[in-house]
Design a protein around this ligand. Structure first.
Ligand SMILES: Cc1cc2nc3c(=O)[nH]c(=O)nc-3n(C[C@H](O)[C@H](O)[C@H](O)COP(=O)(O)OP(=O)(O)OC[C@H]3O[C@@H](n4cnc5c(N)ncnc54)[C@H](O)[C@@H]3O)c2cc1C
Length: 376
């Protein structure tokens, strides 16, 4: 199906099913409510075929351009049917499964994720390892036809809801750095895994600590080859900065429109609104280019760090404007709209951290795109 045809048919379907797809709560809802809403919308969109477009047939998709997936997430976000954070995990994790899992495993698992029957999480960061991912220490040791995994992950988004985890482990000696990392696909119900949600300042316990105590993972759950985990990670990270980011851009557009409704006209200057609008426009233009490069079959890489820098800068600029224009509501208001603005304002502070910090993205641009030399 072509994009224009997909767009108009999807819009008509969303219009026809608006009432049943709408969230049963006002504002952002609790995290439990958001997750139930996500499963409901993904299930309905999968049954109607929408979620299958843009994915390969070998994993239950209907083929077609990834631009179709971009539009689906955008349409669902613009209508306030899903929160882009949870929704877009599929864009981050499914491509990795398709590229690196055994074909039978990908064919079995990816449809469950697309259908909203399952949620997966990404176990990369550790207490001592965020930016310097190559230093990760969560250990996996071969034991017959299984790995035995012991260690800890942290900041693992939605781990308390996840049935599976794309996990990075150290299988080589500690000094092997990026060469001694192996990726695997782990069932979260396996004995020995403990998940502890972490409270956040914006309210929802979105991420967790995850402990692995001698957890058995079958060898055929290895993603790629033993020692190939760094390539898996490097191929996955650009996906955090492509379609997922396009969906987040739609969310920012929606919130700018809402701000113009909620704020009094004397609390916002045309220049301030114009500045944020221009940033948002530039971000959207940049991300659109990335969607099209992906659709043309290009391999995404370090250039997606530019998209992430623009996203973080724009998200914080927008919510700085929210903070200034709705100052009292954001700080003290207790109605649903104020709580929603407050949660989103606070969450925007994380935009320069999640998916790789702003400083690290700038290092990547300096070294890998501008060839400005190694770190001193
Ligand atoms: C909302 C949210 C969701 C997340 N979800 C997940 C998830 O699902 N899975 C997952 O694995 N992780 C997740 N993370 C973790 C995220 O990837 C890390 O927080 C991030 O990579 C930074 O790592 P760190 O927290 O260890 O900070 P550190 O690496 O300790 O960095 C601390 C500060 O030092 C700066 N810094 C570090 N090294 C350098 C350098 N070489 N040059 C210049 N500055 C430097 C950083 O920019 C940062 O400002 C999430 C984080 C957030 C905020």
């Amino acid at each position: 199906m072509e994009l224009d045809e997909f767009r108009s048919a999807l819009d008509a379907w969303l219009d026809a099913h608006a009432a049943e797809l709408a969230p049963p709560f006002e504002g952002t809802g609790t995290l439990d409510e958001q997750m139930a809403q996500l499963a409901k919308v993904k299930g309905a969109a999968y049954d109607a075929g929408w979620t299958r477009w843009g994915w390969p047939e070998r994993v239950g998709g209907l083929g077609g351009s990834p631009l179709l997936r971009g539009y689906l997430g955008e349409a669902l976000t613009l209508r306030g049917l899903v929160d882009p954070g949870g929704y877009s995990m599929v864009e981050v994790l499914a491509p990795t499964m398709i590229d690196y899992a055994r074909p039978e495993l990908a064919a079995e698992m990816v449809p469950r994720l697309l259908r909203g029957e399952e949620l997966w999480c990404q176990g990369f960061s550790e207490p001592g390892t965020g930016s310097n991912l190559a230093a990760l220490a969560c250990r996996a040791v071969r034991d017959g036809d299984a790995w035995r995994v012991t260690g800890q992950k942290v900041w693992t988004s939605f781990a308390q809801y996840a049935q599976r985890c794309v996990l990075l482990t150290r299988t080589g000696p500690p000094e092997s750095a990026h060469r001694g990392i192996t990726a695997m696909f782990v069932d979260m119900a396996t004995p020995g895994i403990t998940v502890r949600p972490l409270g956040t300042m914006h309210g929802g316990a979105e991420f967790c600590e995850v402990f692995f105590d001698d957890v058995s993972v079958p060898l055929d759950r290895t993603l790629g080859e033993e020692g190939q985990g760094w390539s898996v990670a490097m191929d996955l990270l650009p996906f955090e900065r492509s379609t997922a980011l396009w969906h987040r851009t739609a969310f920012l557009n929606r919130r700018l429109e809402q701000l113009l409704i909620d704020a009094s006209s004397d609390s916002l200057s045309a220049a301030e609104i114009g500045d944020v609008f221009v940033q948002l426009f530039a971000l959207r233009a940049r991300s659109r280019g990335t969607q099209h490069r992906m659709a043309a079959g290009e391999r995404l890489g370090p250039e997606t760090s530019i998209d992430k820098i623009l996203l973080a800068t724009t998200e914080q600029a927008l919510f700085d404007l929210v903070g200034a224009a709705l100052a009292e509501d954001v700080a003290l208001g207790d109605d649903t709209a104020a709580e929603q603005w407050r949660a989103q304002y606070l969450y925007s502070r994380a935009a320069t951290i999640y998916g790789g910090s702003a400083e690290i993205q700038r290092n990547i641009v300096a070294r890998r795109l501008l060839d400005l030399g190694a770190e001193a």
